[in-house]
Design a protein around this ligand. Structure first.
Ligand code: GTP
Length: 850
């Protein structure tokens, strides 16, 4: 069976031969002795593959065709060569055994969003760009930014390829100097921004310099110290003519050796027998197609080979394996947690990430049907209809949605079993690379996508890949109004990134807060944000689309009840802290990232007749005033003064000398009971973390800070203690009008109510149409042609979109989707009436299947 595609998308071609995956070919192993990773970074066509081949083979080579995901080229630079002559100092005997894994990671934009996962302190980043292409030259600064944010201490090698293609005029113009100039300016800008804040902190009066201000100053000074100097040279080379290749070799070797000497790696020689044994075990595990294990498993491997190995020695040996690139502990949320996941085959993981972030330009998708749908004892094979399969693949490329049962197909080269597949999915979720979407309903036909050897991976469970950027951008209005209503308390925590954020950071941050916070109940996820609930508290985490600076806002909102505003605020801070603990840990994995924090109090906390804009106060200022036990503080916004009730805004300032991180840990660990949340219109999914909701109360017990919880995966609600702050009135209507003094104008409030009401109507309509279509599809499924089923699916899809739009509160989109659903249903009926039997060609939106 072969399909042709007029446009872009994946076709399906069954491979004839039986073959198993090819995991070994992407993770070539040889000696453990002195192994380092060299990571080539650069856009598509910049010349990475050609360079990697030239380095590994020792002669100039160019490549044709784009890299599909990852190729690792093994380069033994001192084996049978004279490259030591290129270096300033002769390498030692140990250094001569060096083996470099040159990672050629394909440069598609979306894949660049997770390249940083494989940037470790022991990895040498090498930026490759095409001197003959202006766009490629402009990419260099962005890649340097990424490296500075992730591994600021890293040496960087920059290589301009295609030098043979430059005209004499272009050579004279020397683009390398332009690129270096941009990097110098960027560097100066970064330093200046950080220094500005240090300067402001230094200028504070002695009394205003709280311990937290001093901590912040120390942090910034460290950041400045860590900040590397801007690169001063770029090597120009040609993989076609070999010009400059020796310079490339010299710079890469020198940089790897210098970095290793800095870490005194030679001291860890000779390798302990236990580590060599564990390495052998890891190689065997890789051969059995294992990619991820738990930290406990790694510990047990060590314990198996050496009884009584001390914790410190084991930690050193684990670090040695990481430095060599054998393993990678990349969940990074709780370093010592035994439940942490460890990747024992980083190249396979990189490949898995590339494969699942599928491109809609992929022309053909090949799989081997017999492997995934073996014949049963009766000789039957339940192979799915190719149209159904194509549709499921299209969902990945065009909507960023993957049905769980499709992962083994997408990862067929890795040949992982069900347990491994689930572990990799778990790791991706913890890393914020995957979040569960609404289950697919009403398409029993998709059951055939379930693979007999992977019974635990269901077709109806859908995961979204946030980095693909295909999450619908309809934000919530039904469950979240732009402004809080009278009687609601709301606090915002704003991260501002004056130097910008690396690609992929914000979508990952959103998913991590959603997935890794215990007790978070999912409500709605859109392109720029996620709406959650914890008990009665609504949590809205979003990237505002206005303003020049990049920001992420975390808002918490709750209705104030008879316990009063202060009590409600305590609950807000405790809930906020739980999300911030996750956010802070994630941001800490970017040691070079510069960001500022401010607080956004709702108008409940300040008095001003004239301020219309959102009030924003630097976090350190709020904490300082609160620590000084001030009742109010004056804040200026556009020459307008207002008095903020700081006593109420920050009722739990904690011990003065706690760092912000420890303070948040303390807040997050306060024993509170959260009341059950008011049910929303629809509960689109059941994330594991969303099952932890409980009843509301807070015990600001002043108990000593406890270690923060490990990344939540199971049900781990806080201890339920003191009587609830809020005796929840479950049926309360939050948007109830109040004739008293109002902060939201009457007009705005009416608009809001209209919107909410319209959304309700749309939701009910959407639900009704969805139900009708589902029932129709159940009763009339038999004897349908593929064409009819396609039409029915279009109807079901449209109705699902209607329901989704209604859920997000976008009444207009919901209404339009309802109409589209009805039309699609009409078409389905029409097709049925025509009874077009014997149709041989099926056209989907993206492809044609014969
Ligand atoms: N003339 C010339 N051509 C080069 C040079 N380096 C690479 N090429 C050609 O440029 C094209 C792209 O090179 P690749 O090495 O595949 O680029 P890449 O960065 O690996 O691209 P992706 O795999 O898509 O990420 C190929 O046609 C190469 O033959 C060079 O130095 N000079």
């Amino acid at each position: 069976m072969c399909q042709e595609f007029p446009g872009s998308p994946p076709a399906i071609i069954n491979k004839d031969a039986d073959s198993t995956g090819d995991l070994q070919s992407i993770s070539p192993e040889s000696s453990l002795a002195y192994r380092r990773r060299v990571l080539l970074l650069g856009g598509t066509g910049s010349g990475k593959t050609s360079l990697a081949k030239s380095l590994a083979s020792g002669s100039s080579q160019t490549s044709d065709g784009t890299t599909e995901s990852l190729d690792v080229h093994v380069w033994s630079p001192f084996h049978g060569t004279t490259y030591e002559n290129l270096l300033e100092n002769e390498p030692t005997g140990y250094e001569r055994s060096m083996v470099l894994d040159v990672w050629d990671l394909a440069g598609r934009k979306v894949w660049q969003k997770f390249h940083h996962l494989f940037l470790t302190p022991a990895t040498l980043p090498v930026i490759v760009f095409n001197l003959a292409d202006q766009e490629s030259c402009e990419e260099v600064a962005k890649i340097v930014d990424l490296i500075w944010a992730k591994v600021p201490s890293s040496r960087i090698v920059i290589i301009g390829t295609h030098v043979d293609k430059l005209s004499q005029e272009e050579r004279n113009a020397d683009k390398c100097q332009d690129v270096l100039g941009i990097l110098r300016n960027r560097h100066a800008h970064c330093i200046q921004k950080i220094q500005q804040e240090v300067h402001n902190l230094r200028n504070l009066s002695e009394t205003a310099r709280t311990p937290k201000c001093n901590q912040r100053m120390r942090h910034l000074e460290e950041l400045l110290q860590r900040f590397p100097s801007p690169p001063t040279s770029i090597i120009r080379c040609s993989s076609k003519t070999a010009k400059g290749l020796d310079d490339v070799r010299r710079d890469i070797l020198q940089a790897v050796l210098d970095t290793s000497r800095q870490y005194s790696v030679e001291q860890s020689m000779p390798i302990r027998p236990v580590t060599a044994d564990v390495y052998d075990d890891i190689i065997n595990l890789r051969k059995e197609s294992n990619v991820v294990v738990s930290a406990r498993d790694v510990h047990e491997l060590f314990a198996k080979h050496e009884v009584g190995l001390s914790k410190e020695v084991e930690a050193d040996e684990v670090a040695f394996l990481e430095t060599s690139g054998v393993t990678q502990c990349i969940s990074g949320l709780s370093g010592i947690d035994e439940d942490n996941l460890v990747c024992i085959n980083p190249p396979a993981l990189a490949k898995a990430l590339c494969l699942v972030h599928m491109s809609d330009t992929k022309k053909a998708f090949r799989f081997e049907a017999k492997r995934f749908w073996p014949k049963s004892e009766s000789g039957n094979s339940k192979k799915p209809n190719p149209a159904v399969l194509v549709q499921a693949l299209e969902e990945v490329a065009t909507e960023g949605l993957v049905r769980e049962s499709m992962f083994p197909l997408l990862w067929q080269d890795l040949n992982m079993n069900e347990k491994q597949t689930k572990l990799v999915l778990d790791l991706m979720a913890r890393l914020g690379l995957l979040n569960r979407a609404a289950d697919a309903h009403g398409d029993a036909e998709k059951k055939c996508l379930e693979l007999p050897n992977y019974p635990g991976l269901l077709a109806k469970i859908q995961h979204r890949l946030p980095l693909l950027g295909l999450t619908p951008d309809t934000g919530p209005t039904l469950n979240w109004t732009p402004r809080p209503f009278k009687g609601d308390a709301q606090i915002g925590w704003r991260y501002t990134f004056p130097l910008g954020t690396p690609p992929g950071l914000v979508p990952r941050l959103l998913v991590m807060c959603r997935t890794n916070t215990p007790g978070a109940m999912y409500r709605h996820h859109w392109k720029n944000g996620v709406l959650l609930k914890m008990g009665q508290v609504s949590v809205n985490i979003k990237q505002p689309d206005t303003g020049q600076l990049e920001r992420v806002d975390l808002y918490v909102r709750v209705t104030v009840d008879e316990e009063g505003e202060k009590r409600a605020t305590e609950v807000l801070w405790t809930v906020l802290a739980r999300f911030l603990v996750v956010a802070e840990r994630f941001l800490a994995s970017w040691p070079g990232l510069y960001y500022q924090v401010s607080v956004l109090p709702s108008s409940m906390y300040y008095r001003s007749e004239s301020i219309m804009e959102e009030l924003e106060i630097a976090l350190l200022d709020v904490i300082r005033e609160s620590a000084a036990r001030k009742k109010t503080m004056d804040v200026c916004i556009k020459d307008q003064k207002c008095k903020v009730n700081v006593d109420c805004l920050l009722p739990l300032p904690g011990e003065a000398d706690l760092s912000i991180t420890r303070w948040l840990d303390w807040l997050a660990n306060l024993d509170i009971q959260l009341s059950e949340s008011t049910p929303s219109i629809q509960e689109p999914d059941d994330q594991p973390s969303s099952r932890n909701s409980s009843q509301s109360s807070l015990q600001p017990s002043g108990s000593p800070p406890r270690p923060s919880p490990s990344p939540p995966r199971g049900d781990s609600p806080r201890v339920l203690t003191s009587p609830p702050v809020k005796t929840n009135k479950k049926a309360e209507i939050k948007w109830k009008l109040d004739n008293g003094w109002r902060r939201v104008s009457m007009e705005d409030e009416l608009k809001e109510i209209k919107k909410v009401a319209a959304s309700f109507v749309a939701a009910i309509l959407a639900g009704a149409v969805a139900q009708l279509i589902t029932e129709q599809s159940r009763t009339e499924d038999r004897g349908r042609t593929l064409m009819e089923k396609e039409a029915k699916h279009a109807a079901a899809l449209a109705s699902a979109r209607a329901a989704q739009a209604a859920q997000s509160g976008n009444a207009e989109a919901a209404a339009m989707a309802v109409v589209a659903a009805a039309q699609a249903m009409d078409n389905a009926m029409l097709v049925r009436k025509k009874g077009s039997k014997g149709t041989t060609m099926i056209k989907s939106r993206m492809c044609t299947i014969m």
